[in-house]
Ligand binder design. Sequence first.
Ligand code: SAM
Length: 230
Amino acid sequence: MARVRNATRFWKDPAAAEAARRVIVPNEAPVFTIEPRQIFGRAAPLEVEIGAGRGDFIIGRAAANPDRNFLAVERPGTIGRLLAVRCGRAGLENLRVAAMDARTLVSLMLPEGSVDTFHVYFPDPWPKSRQVKHRLFTPSFVRGLMRTLKPGGVVYVATDVAQWAAEMFERLEAAGFRQTAGQAPGATLTGFARKYLAQGKSVFSGGFEPVAREVPTVLTALRRSGILKP
Ligand SMILES: C[S@@+](CC[C@H](N)C(=O)[O-])C[C@H]1O[C@@H](n2cnc3c(N)ncnc32)[C@H](O)[C@@H]1O
């Protein structure tokens, strides 16, 4: 509740609203794409945190890596505003906020092959089975991650629920990713990570990269089917 009160208070403060405006990326019609080079005014490796919450992780990471660009994504509304105010106040040239549904961002708005690193930490805090429909980490969301990731890029994920970790890892593998890192950088550093670790809970995390897939040419396909001799 205190967080919600803070966000409302921040938004009424003209200086806070101005700080937020400096980092918020336009994403409403007629805007249908978010072009990283344009929003940052430079070309640099891009890291995207999906469901960034209050921004504890991405603000620290952007400050520590001025040579990289960072996009914090959060649902519009109270948390999205609080995130934008906090990111704006951090005064970092390499940090922007997209206050929108991450599913639209990865399926539609970000260009193909534009992201070096995704961070997705504790995205689904909905334990009840009737809440499954709210889950972010669906097969189509994973296809969106794959579409927008650069070759050699990585998706870091973390959750406190073993069963969801298994589901997320399986979904990533089914979509053509393989695990290349045992722990994600945000697994100890986000707001929720700190809270869960302080409560003595386990955190399950990993880094996943797309497996290079052989795309069969027409000739290979004809040879494999026996129509052409090898
Ligand atoms: C449990 S919080 C974790 C916040 C932060 N990652 C952390 O670890 O402290 C999950 C966040 O994901 C955001 N989220 C869930 N689904 C989303 C979606 N489709 N698009 C954008 N954000 C989403 C929620 O609004 C919420 O702030």
